[in-house]
Design a binder for this molecule. Structure first.
Ligand SMILES: Cc1cc2nc3c(=O)[nH]c(=O)nc-3n(C[C@H](O)[C@H](O)[C@H](O)COP(=O)(O)OP(=O)(O)OC[C@H]3O[C@@H](n4cnc5c(N)ncnc54)[C@H](O)[C@@H]3O)c2cc1C
Length: 223
């Protein structure tokens, strides 16, 4: 089933990431971590649905998305960045495998942080961030999404890395086995991984080699 949603607000989160607030279709249900497919209502784009994650809470009146644009793709995310309040999109039914199964280590690359936004916000609101850790890698410090919000979440342990050049307060490091060993407090916990192709496989394999329990590794495929 598809739903028409209307953009109410758009604001910048980083130099290439926007926050979008849309109307919420009546009866829509989703859980934190789930995604949907968004399609532009523009000729030439109606067969070009792309997946994006709800960052709003299931009981919010509006839908929120946090979306990184890639102008070099000449694709949907570049078009989304051009949207203005009042513009409409088609939205498909929610789907997705990432859900909060318990406290643990959330490992994200770039826009792969999006499923963890509603999950960690919910835990922050409940005061249940104890034993939660966010390991977040980006190309540069300027690419870190919602850094101030993470800093304000009491109880959330934070570890940032960058892969291009070290920032003022963020070390340059690859998220490999050595890095993970140096950060992760124990291997019995849940691990949540989200990011581009390759990243999820690499981290999952590293965690398995380290001795993490495969059934406690929660991922979304297809990024
Ligand atoms: C379940 C799921 C949830 C997601 N949630 C979010 C989210 O909440 N926020 C978010 O920001 N992203 C999210 N993503 C990622 C998002 O779906 C992609 O970034 C988006 O589909 C890219 O769409 P696009 O049309 O701009 O580019 P694409 O569809 O990636 O590319 C369009 C065309 O550009 C070309 N192209 C591709 N890569 C390159 C490249 N590196 N350089 C040059 N040209 C290239 C190709 O020819 C391609 O046909 C999610 C992905 C999944 C699977």
């Amino acid at each position: 089933m598809t739903h028409e949603i209307t953009l109410k607000e758009k604001s910048a989160v980083t130099h290439d990431v926007n926050r979008y607030v849309f109307t919420r279709p009546e009866g829509l249900e989703y859980h934190p971590g789930q995604a949907t497919e968004l399609t532009l209502e523009k000729s030439g784009w109606k067969d070009e649905g792309r997946p994006f994650t709800f960052t709003s809470q299931p009981d919010d009146k509006m839908l929120e998305f946090v979306i990184k644009s890639y102008p070099e793709h000449d694709g949907v995310t570049e078009q989304l960045a051009e949207l203005k309040p009042g513009d409409k999109l088609q939205m498909a039914d929610p789907f997705g495998a990432i859900e909060d199964k318990g406290p643990g280590t959330f490992i994200a690359a770039g826009a792969g942080i999006t499923p963890f936004i509603p999950i960690l916000r919910h835990r922050a609101a409940e005061g249940s961030l104890e034993n939660c850790q966010l390991i977040y890698t980006n190309k540069t410090e300027d690419d870190i999404i919602l850094r101030e919000e993470w800093a304000g979440m009491e109880g959330l342990s934070l570890a940032y890395t960058v892969t291009e050049h070290a920032g003022e307060s963020v070390p340059k490091a690859m998220l490999d086995e050595d890095y993970l060993r140096s950060q992760v407090p124990d291997l019995e916990r849940f691990f949540y991984i989200c990011g581009p192709h390759g990243f999820v496989d690499d981290i999952r394999n590293a965690l398995k080699r380290m001795g993490a329990e495969p059934e406690k590794i929660v991922t979304e495929e297809g990024w």
